[in-house]
Design a protein around this ligand. Structure first.
Ligand code: NAD
Length: 478
């Protein structure tokens, strides 16, 4: 099977007829091919978007909203098919794709379809100056959206939906490692009545198709989610072109556990925060710091629970940990586990798993490493797999220092029932998102994003709509 680009409402072959293999990580085999789109393909997509812009940008909020909500409903009506496609492409457990990825992709369209009807601009009555100012928030034009492989349709739509809701036309590229659900989205957009050219989807490698989107002189804004190194490259290309950029990058998130927390809730959530989606969520808590008073108990209980996790084929309902997304990524994680052997002690896991009947798939045991210091490579570098470290701490000041001693600053979890301590710590943490006594509880209206090497800007709710609009103030003297 060959996936095609979706340009001007039509599935289209790449102009240079270049193709990439796409693997099913659960069995380690190629199962389809995708276009490795070039500058010419991106130009074609841009032309379609530019042509569609005048009409789409003038379409009423109600009409845009209706189409986005229709897209949401159509995704929901094909939940099974989308979840299967996502799980096959990415290696994630099918039940996770069904309960998290695809419902959230549908919700992204519904949420921004509704949010745009509530988006308002400001006016300032300049009292004493006989003037009034009002602010327009107009669509930017043609914008680029580039997303990663870990939550394929979930993150792709998290960008596309607000961009379209705000009246922009889009040239979007999903990860070349997980292109399938973005491919399926084209048909749904047509069925929902999205006019041709409003959303264009090009597939291919980042350095080729992605770079062509970022470098395109007339694509005026780039919303990117992916690795920190890629984010830096994108910033370098986009800055001299004065493009608006939103960069959601990597993380090395601390999970801080105090002795007074609700222990069972903390333990169960910490297992999830460590290994959900094979630990391949930018928000996973990969550095676990535990107050010394409960460290030994935590270590015993945590390892017992982690050992119970079932590694297996993504389609099996008993599978907790599916396949790692690619052979290349599995090898990167295994290299870090080798480093861990010199920097700490592996308490459980650490080995590839030979899954019966799926011996060529990319499976790895959930891995827990005890470290003695936060200043080691496995605590400083993002591994992005089912690998966490644990270490004890004595005081709040010490753990805040260690949590902040990182290039990254995406999210943190804090487990305590001491309100005053919780308030002090949350103010001191240099991260964009703090969860207290929970993890990954999402309200789509809230600002989402990181500090330091975790990115620039915030997504979510009105933040996304503001990013995807150009602000113009008008001052009228009377
Ligand atoms: P990646 O940076 O390799 O790729 C992300 C996307 O960028 C892909 O579509 C890729 O093709 C494209 N790309 C690569 N090079 C490019 C270039 N030079 N110009 C333009 N586009 C280019 O990331 P990945 O491996 O797909 O995803 C994993 C990373 O994403 C992890 O670091 C993870 O933390 C991060 N992530 C962050 C968030 C967040 O919200 N902060 C969410 C999910 C994942």
């Amino acid at each position: 099977m060959k996936i095609k680009n979706f340009i001007n409402g039509t599935y289209t072959n790449p102009m240079s007829y270049a193709w990439l293999d796409n693997y099913n990580p659960a069995i380690g085999k190629v199962y389809c091919q995708i276009p490795n789109s070039s500058e010419e393909d991106v130009e074609l997509a841009y032309q379609a978007a530019e042509k569609a812009f005048p009409e789409w940008s003038q379409t009423t909020y109600e009409a845009r909203s209706r189409i986005l909500i229709k897209i949401s409903e159509l995704i929901e009506s094909q939940l099974e098919q989308f979840a299967l496609a996502e799980s096959k492409d990415n290696g994630k457990p099918l039940h996770l794709a069904k309960s998290m990825d695809i419902p959230r992709a549908a919700l992204n369209f519904r949420f921004f379809g509704q949010a745009i009807t509530q988006f308002s601009s400001e006016s300032h009555d300049s009292v004493g100056l006989d003037a009034i100012n009002f602010t327009l928030r107009q669509p930017i034009g043609v914008v680029g959206c580039i997303s990663p492989w870990n939550l394929p349709l979930y993150l792709f739509t998290w960008k596309i939906a607000p961009a379209l809701a705000a009246g922009n036309c889009v040239v979007a590229k999903p990860s070349e490692i997980t292109p399938m659900t973005a491919y399926l989205l084209g048909d749904i957009c047509n069925e929902a009545g999205l006019p041709p050219g409003v959303l264009n989807i090009v597939h291919g490698e980042g350095r080729r198709a992605g770079q062509a989107i970022v470098a395109h002189p007339k694509i005026k804004a780039i919303s990117f989610t992916g690795g920190t190194k890629t984010g830096a490259e994108i910033a370098k290309t986009a800055a001299p072109l004065f493009k608006k950029t939103s960069l959601e990058l990597g993380g090395k998130n601390p999970n801080i556990i105090f002795g007074d927390c609700d222990y069972e809730d903390m333990l169960n959530t910490t297992v999830r925060a460590s290994f959900a989606n094979q630990g391949q969520i930018c928000l996973c808590g990969s550095r676990i710091f535990v107050e010394a008073s409960i460290y030994d108990k935590f270590k015993t209980d945590f390892i017992e629970k982690v050992k119970q996790l079932q590694v297996g084929h993504p389609s099996q309902s008993t599978t907790d940990v599916g396949a790692i997304v690619s052979k290349n990524h599995l090898n990167i994680i295994l290299d870090y586990i080798e480093i861990a052997k010199t920097e700490g002690e592996i308490l459980c896991g650490g080995n590839p798993v030979n899954t019966p009947n799926f011996e060529n798939g990319y499976y790895l045991e959930p891995t827990v490493i005890e470290v003695k210091t936060n200043r080691c490579r496995i605590n400083q570098e993002e591994i992005f797999g089912p690998v966490v470290t644990i270490m004890p701490f004595e005081t709040a000041a010490e753990v805040v220092n260690m949590a902040n001693d990182s290039n990254y600053g995406l999210s943190a979890s804090v487990w305590t029932n001491d309100l005053k301590r919780c308030m002090r710590i949350t103010r001191q943490l240099n991260v964009g998102i703090v969860w207290v006594n929970t993890w990954l509880l999402r309200d789509l209206r809230t600002p989402f994003g990181g500090m330091k090497a975790s990115g620039l800007g915030r997504e979510g709710g009105l933040e996304s709509l503001r990013f995807f609009t150009e602000t113009k103030n008008v001052c009228i003297k009377y």
